[in-house]
Ligand binder design. Sequence first.
Ligand code: FAD
Length: 416
Amino acid sequence: MNRKSDILVVGSGLAGMTAALTAAASGKSVTLLCYGAGSLSISSDCIDVLGYFGGERTKEPFTVMERLPEEHPYRKIGTQAVKTALEWFEKFCAGAGLDLHKPAEGEGNHELITVMGTTKPSWLCPDSHDAACIRDAKHIAVFTVENMKDVHPRLIIDQLKHYPFLADKDFQGFTLPCPIKDARRNITPLDIARYVDKPDGLRWLHENLEAFAGKFDVFLLPPICGMELAQNVWKKLSTELNVRIVEMISIPPAVSGLRLYDVLRKSLNQKGVYLAENVQILSADVEQGKCRALYSEEGQRWEADEFVIATGGLLSGGISTEPGKAWESIFHIPLNVPADIEAWSSPDIFGSSLFARMGVSVGGDLRPLDEGGAILLKNVRFAGRVLGGYDFALEKSGHGVALATGWLAGTLAGKE
Ligand SMILES: Cc1cc2nc3c(=O)[nH]c(=O)nc-3n(C[C@H](O)[C@H](O)[C@H](O)COP(=O)(O)OP(=O)(O)OC[C@H]3O[C@@H](n4cnc5c(N)ncnc54)[C@H](O)[C@@H]3O)c2cc1C
């Protein structure tokens, strides 16, 4: 069976969903294909733009962007494109009921707190994750829920106390009773967040936190203030209990990443994007430097005039490897990696990793280039983690690159 659309996007991570949304704004027909949810289900709704540069925390990402290596995706598309994409995204999220804010002028990256008791910098985040208030707080309550796995106040507090600016704070840990009695398994923040979307759940959270109101300056909670209703619940509780509530960033399943995923998905439906899930693209029909169609598992042919490939890195399947060789998985574009497998490992476990940096080399319009710099495919653009030249984990730029390149790829595909 053949399916035809004007623009075909592969991948439903942040890059692919953003590309599909911006492409659909052109009025052309857009199809989005994927076989997995992408890394929003394991990450957060906070957009890291450039948290670290040269091993140091950045205050304001844009001041150092021009000094990144030439092969970095931000350098390829230019700082202005990154800024425009972020502005578009802030407006889009506000319109969709998910308020993400950049830091106030001169403030620098937001400070977030994770359930592992670490802090991390991020550029756009909802107010519920912004932990700036912790700096002025004296008494801080850290909560978990009975039977909740991966959220342990003692561990969080011990770890946070290692930060000099938190060392003298009065932290106290508390366990709220589990409201899901028949779970017969450990629960996660996602279970509670879904429960809190219901009136009973909201009542449960309010009643259990009320006992601590007036005794602490800040409540550190796992991300349990609801899914669809999270921002309303967070505001309501903060106002009624008169306390600053900070939702920590959880490890997977990623509550706040799924909040953003839901918002993006709903918007794609509203914009008429045809979403085909559980479809794995295996190969491409390329003729004279132009892609005619992609083929999925069952031999189905997906035709389009323009293509955006946002298939992620090694974990998501966008990149394939074998010892001494790496390639982009659909078009089999060879990636520039050392043939000597010894050179693939790094002696520094927290240092830069070749596995994180390997990816497709593109020009400023995100079309793939060969080693000599010539365009390989005239109507195909790459976006997000499938791109090479940056290490999202080391520099904290994951969603930033996905968003900026997804926005540009979709916008340019819509103009062709
Ligand atoms: C644990 C963890 C936490 C993170 N937390 C943050 C954070 O808080 N903030 C931040 O800014 N960044 C974070 N990141 C980084 C960030 O998640 C990624 O860098 C970024 O979201 C990548 O998005 P993407 O759309 O390029 O790829 P992905 O999200 O990986 O999406 C790839 C998509 O392509 C699909 N796909 C792949 N191959 C095919 C195929 N052949 N056919 C069809 N579909 C295919 C996949 O199923 C998937 O839907 C985190 C990363 C990890 C691993």
